[in-house]
Design a binder for this molecule. Structure first.
Ligand SMILES: [Zn+2]
Ligand SMILES: [Zn+2]
Length: 512
């Protein structure tokens, strides 16, 4: 497993934009106001490079003449001042791993960042921006190329590869700085803007910086990186034109992975709207077969993600995934990414050791554990059989901390990339949405420490109780919604599964 024994300094060219807009990460955009930040995980200096990582880099053919960060910002969003003040709190947050070396100085806990930023998440999409829009620090730092200390150091010797879906705003190379920042040993990213159909050329400079960044920081990209496919892509679509559009984007992403040394590529299987499940499954398998035969994809392995919903969504049942794999010709180049939140919402329990084993056995018998290549590690704001895709922070949802204790102590999963997509959005003192990446840094350390931890220990019990408490409001709120929906569904004689799954539109953005 790759790991740095020391705090790896993040070179300026890999430094990440500090405050991406909410929506960049692959977590549902649910606001959670009670941020709890353990002081030991505070960055002494949550600074932002004053320098654009890449100067004059070109992305995409269709760029307009004036693409300077400033022009872009003013065009797309108003100038906003973000003040991110981190507060040293809090009792309920689990502490990080026993600090090994350079522990962040508590005295420097208070951080202020003032910067121009766009509050429009599109302004930050990878492949769209070639310099870190909105990250020009206005505060003078000691030096221009000052090194940003990570929020947490990467753990050495852990049995897990754990990380998060990090931002690649400004180019994929920025993901490296972002993963180092939170002490991650695994990561996901979008290979390009995930909300448009554009397939701009992969910027060769970004690709080189990405490859070099991985090498220089011992990021074993083939084993620990699992990009996430575009939400728009639906390989099951029956319409020829839409199908081609989806396939082109899919193929383009696989090509990008191949060019950058990435082995896995995770995507949502698709939605069989306007057609049958079997026809949808057939189309997905055909697209995968076709992509496998295209030399531009090298040996990249597409991973089918388990989904939370039923109805037209393919992937809500293990059988869906198994049926796709059956029709994939090259079985060496197809895998599965299990999302803990999704499978739980879809009715696969993970909460007790027994339930966990039952679910994994079912996975093995239906799909085959040999196909399991990656995990999305998320708690769920919605209960079992709710068929709702609402991620919660680890330990705060209906899964609870024990489910994750089961997961990380399953030796079969050790070494597989585990990617957090938990919500890290919170609000600053002005009520503006900001992201708090120390939540991921904290969750990574906690998951690592859950390995071999006694659930009867005081530490475990404290974490469990505190996190349960932290999530109570959201669990109750969503639980109530789910109950009402079930009551509503019980009345008319509509087809249950289908309606339940496809008409969720209450208030949350449900995707990932
Ligand atoms: Zn999700
Ligand atoms: Zn997903």
């Amino acid at each position: 497993m790759s790991s740095d024994s020391s705090l790896s300094p993040i070179p300026p060219h890999l430094q990440a934009p500090a405050a991406e807009s909410v929506g960049e990460a692959a977590s549902p955009l649910t606001s959670q106001s009670n941020v709890e930040v353990h002081e030991a995980l505070q960055a002494p200096e949550n600074g932002v490079s004053a320098e654009a990582p890449i100067k004059g880099a070109k992305v995409g053919k269709k760029r307009k003449a004036d693409t300077s960060p400033k022009a872009k910002v003013t065009k797309r969003a108003r100038k906003v001042t973000v003040k991110e003040e981190t507060v040293a709190t809090v009792a309920s947050a689990p502490p990080p791993a026993k600090p090994k070396a350079a522990k962040p100085k508590k005295a420097a806990c208070k951080v202020k960042i003032e910067q121009e930023t766009a509050d429009n998440n599109l302004a930050h999409e990878p492949g769209e921006a070639d310099s870190p829009v909105a990250t020009k620090s206005k505060k003078t730092r000691k030096k221009k190329d000052e090194i940003i200390p990570p929020l947490a150091e990467r753990t050495t010797g852990s049995k897990l590869r754990v990380g998060a879906h990090v931002s690649a705003a400004g180019g994929i190379h920025n993901a490296i700085g972002n993963l180092l920042h939170i002490g991650a040993n695994a990561f996901a990213l979008f290979m390009k803007s995930q909300r448009t159909w554009k397939n701009p050329e992969l910027n060769p400079e970004h690709a080189t910086l990405f490859i070099d960044g991985c090498k220089n920081h011992q990021v074993e990209v083939a084993d620990c990186c699992v990009p996430h496919g575009s939400y728009l892509v639906n390989l099951a679509h029956p319409d020829e034109e839409r199908k081609k559009q989806a396939y082109d984007s899919f193929l383009d992403d696989l090509t990008r992975c191949h060019k950058t040394g990435i082995k896995y590529y995770n995507f949502h299987p698709g939605n069989s709207a306007a057609t049958t499940r079997d026809a949808g499954i057939k189309r997905i398998a055909e697209a995968i077969n076709q992509a496998h035969k295209d030399p531009s994809t090298g040996t990249v392995m597409p991973l089918l993600e388990t989904m939370a919903t039923l109805g037209n969504t393919i992937g809500g049942q293990f059988q869906d995934i198994a049926d796709i794999i059956k029709q994939v010709e090259d079985k060496e180049r197809i895998g599965v990414c299990l999302d803990t939140c999704h499978v739980f919402a879809a009715g696969y329990d993970l909460r007790t050791p027994k339930a966990y084993e039952r679910t994994m056995r079912e996975f093995d018998e239906t799909i085959g554990l040999n196909y399991l290549k990656a995990l999305h590690v998320n708690d769920s704001k919605a209960p079992l059989y709710s068929f709702r895709d609402l991620h919660a922070r680890i330990g705060t949802g209906y899964l609870g901390l024990r489910a994750f204790h089961n997961l990380v102590n399953d030796k079969r999963l050790h070494g597989l990339p585990m990617v957090l997509e938990t919500p890290i959005d919170t609000k600053d003192e002005n009520g503006k949405k900001i992201e708090d990446k120390s939540i991921w840094a904290r969750e990574i350390k906690m998951l690592e420490q859950l390995v071999d931890m006694d659930i009867e220990s005081d530490q475990f019990k404290k974490w469990e109780a505190d996190l349960f408490e932290e999530g109570t409001g959201e669990r109750e709120r969503i639980g109530e919604q789910v109950k009402k929906r079930a009551e509503k569904d019980a009345k008319p004689k509509k087809k249950k599964g289908k309606m339940k799954a496809e008409t969720d539109d209450e208030d949350e953005t449900e995707e990932d």
